[in-house]
Design a protein. Sequence first.
Length: 419
Amino acid sequence: MDNQIIQETVDKILSVLPNQAGQLARLVRLMQFACDPTITVIGKYNHGKSRLLNELIGTDIFSVADKRETIQLAEHKQDQVRWLDAPGLDADVAAVDDRHAFEAVWTQADIRLFVHSVREGELDATEHHLLQQLIEDADHSRRQTILVLTQIDQIPDQTILTQIKTSIAQQVPKLDIWAVSATRHRQGIENGKTLLIEKSGIGALRHTLEQALAQVPSARTYEKNRLLSDLHHQLKQLLLDQKHVLQQLQQTQQQQLHDFDTGLINILDKIRVDLEPIVNIDGQDQALNPDSFATMFKNTAAKQQRAKVQIAYSRACIEINSHLIRHGVVGLPAEQQTTIKSIDTVIVAVFGISVKFRDQLRALFYTDTERQRLQREFRFYFEKSAGRMILAAKIEQTMRQQGCIQNAMMALQQMESAA
């Protein structure tokens, strides 16, 4: 699988699992079959990391200085082993989110060589916290962490040295501890003193590293399978969660619509009953008698009848409007609004401006065709209400998220097949 396809796969997974960038970076590293096993050396500034590396490799590759120099990844390849000298734990740029330090410890490393100078006594809080994280990671990845106490030649009192070792062993009881002196080893090499070389502890540490390196291939296979399994599980669970969310949203959407439609039908039925005394009268409908100039300012029977019709219609509108408000329909959509606020209402949009005659009431509330129109148009404005639009947007977003998760799952399967 080429790098572009791998990156596309990573991007698809990160779009739905944004917190898994570290795990994905490590998985990509493990997918690179030809990469040499990597030993990352971790430790605070001036604890002897670079000097130790030079002795282990057998040549002065890494800079040794009294001033802080290692603020980025320094590496060297030898005998099919890649050595990384990470930024010091207390370096200015080595904050928790520092890319170089994170990459060295969590992405690149197959073996972590944790260096601590015995001159500093026991582990401090920063060192102890990181070691605990590495120990926990070993349970999941089988990557080994080797704790090395350096500069033991600077503690001539063996009793004090033993006390320091004991104290550190109590801090990290799950780790074996290796005590070394790069200075003794260099002196032994330069002066041909075998005893100094043996007492330096470098030989024993090399042997331990050789054993750890022999386990890297199987550890990588285990870790790769574990990461793939974890990602599959997370994606599967996320998809199930999103399906559950979608089901709940759709049920809410359906229930809201059912409640709105049922409530509107009940109100329209009630209005029919309430309007019976108004629309069904004996004799002539006096509301149809037109006004004349002579009766313009008089309270005539025709005006009284029309007033009854208007009051009955207003009451019907109030009942319907109360139902609309209960279900979140409080105004027209923005695209239908005008500059005249008094007519920017759903009632006016559906019924029109005014009803004065009984035939108009009968047409609105007693014909099946008009009743169906009322139900259809009030439902339209219900679906245009803010709450319904937000709910519909959530449903659409959840469905898109499901699609992204499914794409990520397929991409991960392709990556696994290529592994």
